[in-house]
Design a protein around this ligand. Structure first.
Ligand code: GAP
Length: 457
């Protein structure tokens, strides 16, 4: 049985995965801080994404572009004019809603309202008598567009000239650097550019814990290919992304593709699909994969007056590459990983909470447990010092061994290593597995390699 959102929030707070932001001041709506274990898990998610999407591909390059960019970037990309949500107010109880979300919830996801005009959204809400979720009436204002870009000011004066935006997505930093990367890396089409970083959106309806936030992190890949080869690459990345989620241990039954219908596609996209995850509150978008054609490069070429075309060294043909974009939210993957892994098990008449997370993602890879502190601590510290050079290791010397195993289980530590007299006399440790609770004896000399092998992905 999947954990409820309420229990997940409590769990994350109790064990130091996620805290409410600015908590001692009463919090700040929908802002969250990642605690000690949350930092490790988040970092591991990013490391594995980088390994699979950059390191293991000889034609994918990294980028870390600035959050603040020339505002012309956002004019060219269309974010200043059309990066908005359709807002609708209930005239009776004065609550504010996203028109498309009202429809999606009312139809249980059969209609998403994606790509619909405001007129179509309003008519659907009226004709189907969709009620206000708060007061139940169907008495709404007309739709107004609400721009999601966060504005701030650069420099010492707050006049119009200094207005800049916090980036609404990391992707635009990649498009504006397309030529820089092609030239400096001598990259040949097809090639990709990957970026991990913060994005900001003034969401109207943030919520569901870290699912929809105003400040979040994205892992985006823009894969540039030859027009005509785009659909092939689109299908390749659809499978690649799903394979990635399977490899990191997310249960297959909690994942599905949601292909966008033709009428839901944004005007420049020829194909878009979402990978959805079955979150505690229901199915929701985890990963968006889109064929963005040459829209972004062509609009930046027009607005910047720079030639962004690619010169094919073999054919001497100049063209604007098409782009396949798998765009994933770090926080949404974090939420999927942790809710997927949380398990309550009964054994020997007892109950245990265990986070069955892939060892590569686990915050700590191992926990060192000196059986009797006074006798075994020195040797235990030697082993801690040895292993912690390679990966994150926990150390726990208080309470019964059973209690210490439980503490390691609940935070997802895959290997608990007990140091006892056999360690002092024979150099052997007992390694207990988190998921099966099986125990094996290993020589200290082989311990590091044993764990390193198990945490590979
Ligand atoms: N460059 C394309 C782009 O940004 P998107 O569908 O708006 O597309 C991509 O966002 C991914 O970023 C989503 O699939 C989701 O995982 C994540 N994401 C978007 N908005 C978010 C929010 N408000 N809070 C957390 N994650 C978000």
């Amino acid at each position: 049985m999947q954990i409820s959102m309420e229990d997940l929030v409590k769990f994350c707070k109790q064990y130091g995965f996620i805290f409410q932001g600015s908590e001692i001041y009463g919090g700040l709506a929908n802002s969250f801080d990642y605690g000690p274990l949350g930092c490790e898990l988040k970092e591991n998610i990013k490391k594995i994404w980088h390994k699979k999407f950059v390191q293991e591909n000889k034609n994918i390059y990294s980028l870390d572009s600035a959050i603040l960019m020339n505002p012309k970037v956002w004019v060219a990309s269309g974010h200043v004019t059309s990066f908005s949500d359709p807002l609708i107010d209930c005239k009776d109880c004065k609550t504010r809603h996203r028109a498309d979300k009202l429809i999606e919830e009312f139809t249980s996801g059969l209609e998403t309202g994606d790509g619909w005009s405001n007129e179509k959204l309003e008519t659907f809400i009226k004709e189907n008598h969709i009620p206000c979720p708060k007061c139940g009436k169907n008495n709404f204002t007309a739709i107004r567009e609400f721009n999601l870009l966060f504005e701030t000011n650069m420099g010492v004066t707050a006049d119009k000239k200094s207005k800049v935006y916090l980036r609404g997505e990391t992707a635009q930093g990649i498009f504006v650097n397309f030529k820089n990367i092609e030239r400096s890396s001598r990259a040949k089409i097809p090639f990709g550019v990957a970026q991990i970083g913060k994005a900001f959106r003034n969401e109207i309806t943030p919520g569901n814990f870290i699912f929809r936030m105003r400040e979040f992190e994205q892992m985006e890949l823009e894969f540039f290919c030859k027009p005509g080869e785009d659909i092939e690459w689109f299908n390749y990345y659809k499978n690649f992304c799903m394979g990635f989620l399977n490899d990191i241990g997310i249960k297959k039954e909690n994942l599905r593709f949601a292909d966008h219908k033709k009428e839901e596609l944004v005007f420049y996209s020829t194909a878009t699909t979402d990978i959805e995850y079955k979150y505690p509150m229901g199915w929701g978008e985890l990963w968006g994969i889109a064929d963005r054609t040459d829209y972004d490069l062509s609009t930046h070429m027009k607005h910047s007056n720079q030639d962004l075309r690619y010169l094919d060294p073999e054919t001497n043909e100049k063209y604007l590459p098409y782009v396949i974009e798998p765009s994933l939210g770090v926080d949404r993957l974090f939420l999927a990983v942790i809710s997927d892994a949380y398990t309550i098990e009964q054994f020997d008449g007892k109950t245990r909470e265990v986070l069955k997370i892939h060892p590569a993602l686990a915050p700590y890879k191992a926990c060192i447990l000196p059986l009797v502190k006074k006798i075994h601590a020195e040797k235990a510290l030697d082993i801690y010092n040895l292993l912690s050079k390679q990966f994150m290791v926990d150390y726990d010397d208080s309470g019964s061994i059973g209690k210490r195993y439980r503490r390691a289980d609940v935070i997802g530590t895959p290997f608990s290593i007990t140091i006892d007299d056999n360690t002092l006399n024979n150099n052997k440790v007992t390694v207990r597995m988190r998921d099966t609770m099986e125990q094996i004896t290993l020589d200290i000399d082989t311990l590091q390699d044993y764990i390193l092998k198990k945490i590979q992905i």
